[in-house]
Each structure stands twice: as C-alpha cells, then as structure tokens.
Design a protein around this ligand. Structure first.
Ligand SMILES: C[S@@+](CC[C@H](N)C(=O)[O-])C[C@H]1O[C@@H](n2cnc3c(N)ncnc32)[C@H](O)[C@@H]1O
Length: 231
C-alpha cells in the first residue's frame, strides 16, 4: 500500500501481481540488461534529458505487456524517446531481450505501478504522447473499480502531457469502450481527435499488440481513440 497525495491508503490497483513463470533467458536479461535500460522508482521528477542523453519528444507507454510492439515502435522512430511502464516482470524480461535484439537506445523501462509513476516520477508537462493499449478490462461489475481509466487517472495523464500532447487508447472490450466514451464525454481535460471501431485492420497510428491479436482471434471488435490535452 502507498499513500496518495491526500494521505489516504490506496488499496485498489489496476493489476494483480501473479507469480508468473520467468524463463531463464528473461531472468538473464533482467540481470544483465536492466542496468542499461531500467529506471529505478523514485518520487523525484525524472530528468529525461539526462536519462536519454538528449532532448527529443517523449512517448510513455503504460502496461506494455511483453514489449514487442513498444520495441517495434521505438525502432521505427529513432528520433523519439520512449519510456515503458509495466508491472509484469516476465514481460519486462521479454522486452529487454527484444530491445537488445533491435539494437535500440531510445527506450527506458520502469517496473512499477504506472499510477504512482505518473503522479510522482514523470515531470509535469514532459510527455508528448501517452499510449495505453489494451488495459486490463476488468469485465465483472464488482471489479470495475480496478479499471485504470478513471477521473483521477485522466487528471494524472493531463498533468504529465505537454501542451497539445496526445493520449492514445485501444481496447477490445465493448463494455470498456462504452466506459471510456462516457468517461471522456464528461471530462473537461481532453478533446477527441479521432475514434475508430474496426476488426483489427485499422489501428490508429500505432503498432499491433499481442493482446490485440488475441482479441481479434476471439472475434472481438477493436476500438481506438486519440485524445488531445486541453490547456
Ligand atoms: C491486457 S495487458 C495488455 C498488454 C499490451 N499492452 C498488449 O496490448 O499486448 C495489460 C498490461 O497492463 C499491465 N498493467 C496493468 N495495470 C498496470 C499499472 N497500474 N501499471 C503498470 N502496468 C500495468 C499488466 O501487467 C499487463 O501487462
């Protein structure tokens, strides 16, 4: 449990830590590559110029899963900096292996709850683009409170984004899509730039992800949004 800004204990998280199996190569990647690409958790705002050794637009991706689509994105845009935030340790190991194979140097990773990282470690106004692709849908009604997209999270994303910064979201769950439409329709913080509903064949300015492929295989529709920060 951590204290939030108001001093309350925050117990509802958007994930459950499972003792996921970690392969030998993932463990080796964590041991050898974390010092190169890993960023330790801190409550001091990140100096991104120092972190990447250069000034470039920063994209943050929350819940990158196994990281394949994030590494692909970073490899396709060497002139941008990328910061991935994930809590699933085997996925982080997988991502480190992919980053080494792609020989990229524009990606850094934080292994912690993104809700804390956004409010404590990502400097206000420092992010050009924030990606949230296929967040855990928590489909049961009693679990809806675990959904990462809620008014507090929107406020935290808004604070991190630079003026004109964009927030990109995708899901393959109809009920979560309805929740997202409702949430943003009453938010004064973002305006909708583009929304797409498709069969996995029209991703909106992004790489295709593992969970998207899984959803499409199951016959799910895909929803994509690009919102722009107001103010
Ligand atoms: C359904 S998976 C999607 C993974 C990937 N984006 C994809 O589309 O393949 C959601 C991911 O978000 C991560 N996650 C959930 N809540 C998180 C949080 N608060 N901070 C960081 N990662 C989180 C989970 O560990 C999981 O890997």
């Amino acid at each position: 449990m951590t204290n939030d800004e108001r001093g309350f204990k925050r117990t509802v998280r958007s994930f459950v830590r499972r003792a996921g199996r970690i392969t030998e190569s993932q463990q080796r990647a964590l041991d050898e590559l974390w010092p190169l690409w890993g960023v330790e958790v801190s409550d001091a705002p990140l100096d991104v110029v120092e972190l990447f050794g250069r000034e470039a637009p920063l994209t943050v991706e929350i819940g990158f899963g196994n990281g394949d689509s994030l590494v692909q994105l970073a490899a396709e845009h060497p002139d941008h900096n990328y910061l991935g935030i994930e809590v699933h340790v085997p996925g982080i190991g997988h991502c480190l292996i992919a980053a080494r194979q792609a020989s990229i140097d524009n990606l850094r990773i934080i292994s912690h709850d993104a809700v804390d990282v956004l409010s404590q470690q990502v400097a206000a106004g420092s992010v050009s683009r924030l990606n949230l692709y296929f967040p855990d849908p928590w489909p049961k009604k009693r679990h809806h409170k675990r959904r990462i997209l809620n008014p507090d999270f929107l406020a935290a994303v808004h604070a991190c984004l630079a003026p004109g910064g964009t927030f990109h979201i995708a899901t393959d769950w109809r009920n979560y899509a309805e929740h997202i439409d409702e949430l943003f329709s009453v938010s004064p913080l973002f305006r909708l730039d583009e929304r797409r509903e498709h069969d996995g064949d029209q991703p909106l300015d992004r790489t295709v992800t593992k969970f998207e492929k899984r959803g499409v295989k199951r016959g799910h529709r895909i929803w994509d949004w690009r919102y722009q920060k107001i103010g």
